[in-house]
Every structure is written in structure tokens, then in C-alpha cells.
Design a protein around this ligand. Structure first.
Ligand SMILES: Cc1cc2nc3c(=O)[nH]c(=O)nc-3n(C[C@H](O)[C@H](O)[C@H](O)COP(=O)(O)O)c2cc1C
Length: 251
């Protein structure tokens, strides 16, 4: 079982046996939003088995339903399957992980949950070229040169909602998916590896494949330090601690 899934002990419903064609998994896209959102986790240990192009396209089509700043829709999704390109991204990932992973191990020493994540990232870093599909989410245009923080926020915020949609769609069809940025840490190299023009910025990537292990438990230990809302009568409510497991109606 995947280390970042340890403890679930549940049936491996993420990796349908036998037929993994789009036709076989298409209906899974109708999974309830709540189920997809509460069970979507980073699944890094995936099989090298192929993933049907139609499944990847269906997930990206749902990614494109997301909002963008000024409705710019200035996203570009680069689907990487070429082993040479994945190999070069893997080399970048290894370089970044040697530094970042080393720091992470020292800072989180004694924390078993973090140790599990680090072991899973270790696995992904050493097998990245075997991941069947890597979708690189990019932004085009000059937005990254806008100095104001709200401009930067709008620029990068124009890709992450779509990436979250992609992760949820992947979760629903049963694919393992993980959001990664470290393979792109060197933007110049990433652009060269992917053959992107200067006007297109690779922002993050989603590694996709059929999972090796069981289902991941719902995201645990998610705390909102502060939940605030404005009440209908104009007053302000503030609460500290974990958000309710039930949806909270925010007026
Ligand atoms: C902006 C961003 C960048 C991330 N980059 C990486 C990465 O390079 N490698 C990796 O293994 N995980 C990466 N992650 C995934 C987080 O480590 C992961 O979401 C977190 O540990 C929570 O685990 P979960 O997704 O299983 O709930 C990234 C997540 C975000 C939001």
C-alpha cells in the first residue's frame, strides 16, 4: 500500500481492474462533489500502465470550467508522455528534492505523518519518468511581471482553480494524481525541456496514473485557524479551531 495512504485498509476502488478505458470509467465522473472533495489526496505511487487519452482530455475539459482573473482563460495545459521529457523533468525534481527533502526531513523529524509524505515523495522522485502522464499547467501572457501583490495573486490564482478541478476529476475516475511544483523549480530549464516560448510560464504539474495502493483516507487534520463570516444582521462572527465537518452556510 502507498505510504501516503497507510492506515486506510480499504478496497482499492481507485484502480479498476481490467478495463480502464474511458468508456469503462466515464460514469465515475458523476461521483458526488462532496465525496470527491473529501477523498481527494495526493497519490504519488502510480503504475506505469497507460492512461487512456480520452480520460486525460475529459479531466482537462473539467479543469477548463474554472474561473480565471478577468476571465482571461490564459491557461495552457501541456500533456507530457514523452519518456525523454519526463526524464528531464525527473532530473530537475531530483535536484530540487535533494535540497528541499533534506530540509523537510530535518524540520519534521519525529512527525510520523510527515515522514509518510516524505517517503511517498521519495518514491515519486525516483520513479517520476515512469509516471504515465504529467500535465503541466501553464499561464500565458505578461501577468507574472505585474509587481503588485494582487496582480501576482490574480496571475497565479488563474491556474490553481483549474488544477483543483483536474485533481477532483482524476479522483472521481479513480486515477491517482498529485500536484507538484518542484520539477519546475528552474523555470528556464522547465521552459527549455517543455519547448515553451517565453510568453508561456509553467506553473505546476499534475502527475497522473493508476494507483498502486489502496484508497487514501479522507484528508485528516485539516484545521482552519480562524473562520470568520459576516452575519446577515451585519454582525461579525469569529471562531477558532477546526471547521465543522458539516458544510457551514456563509451569508
Ligand atoms: C502549490 C503546491 C505545490 C506542491 N508541490 C509538491 C511537490 O513538488 N511534490 C510533492 O510531492 N507534493 C507537492 N505538493 C503536494 C502537497 O505536499 C500535499 O498536497 C500535502 O502534503 C497534503 O497532502 P494531500 O494532498 O495528500 O492531502 C504541492 C502542493 C501544493 C498546493
Amino acid at each position: 500500500m502507498d505510504n501516503d495512504m497507510a492506515g486506510s485498509g480499504t478496497v482499492n476502488e481507485r484502480a479498476p481492474d481490467g478495463d480502464r478505458s474511458f468508456e469503462a470509467v466515464r460514469d465515475r465522473l458523476d461521483m458526488s462533489l462532496r465525496e470527491a472533495m473529501t477523498t481527494q489526496r495526493s497519490v504519488r505511487r502510480v503504475l506505469s500502465d497507460d492512461v487512456d487519452d480520452d480520460i486525460v482530455v475529459a479531466c482537462i475539459e473539467l479543469a477548463l470550467k474554472a474561473p480565471t482573473g478577468s476571465n482571461g482563460q490564459n491557461w495552457e495545459f501541456v500533456v507530457v508522455r514523452d519518456p525523454r521529457v519526463k526524464g528531464e523533468l525527473a532530473a530537475q525534481y531530483r535536484k530540487a528534492w535533494r535540497v528541499y527533502g533534506g530540509i523537510g526531513e530535518r524540520v519534521t523529524a519525529g512527525d510520523e505523518a510527515m515522514a509518510r509524505i516524505i517517503r511517498a515523495v521519495d518514491w515519486q522522485v525516483s520513479h517520476f519518468e515512469e509516471v504515465p502522464v504529467v500535465v503541466v499547467a501553464c499561464l500565458s501572457g505578461p501577468g507574472r511581471f505585474v509587481p503588485a501583490s494582487v496582480g501576482q495573486s490574480t496571475h497565479y490564482g488563474s491556474v490553481y482553480p483549474s488544477v483543483q478541478n483536474l485533481l477532483l476529476a482524476a479522483r472521481s475516475v479513480g486515477l491517482g494524481a498529485s500536484l507538484v511544483t518542484l520539477p519546475l523549480w528552474n523555470q528556464c530549464s522547465a521552459r527549455r525541456i517543455l519547448g515553451l516560448p517565453l510568453s508561456v510560464q509553467p506553473v505546476c504539474a499534475v502527475a497522473l496514473g493508476w494507483p498502486r495502493g489502496g484508497t487514501a483516507p479522507p484528508g485528516a487534520g485539516r484545521w482552519a485557524m480562524w473562520c470568520t463570516w459576516t452575519a446577515t444582521d451585519g454582525g461579525t462572527g469569529v471562531t477558532a479551531g477546526p471547521c465543522s465537518a458539516e458544510p457551514v452556510l456563509v451569508d
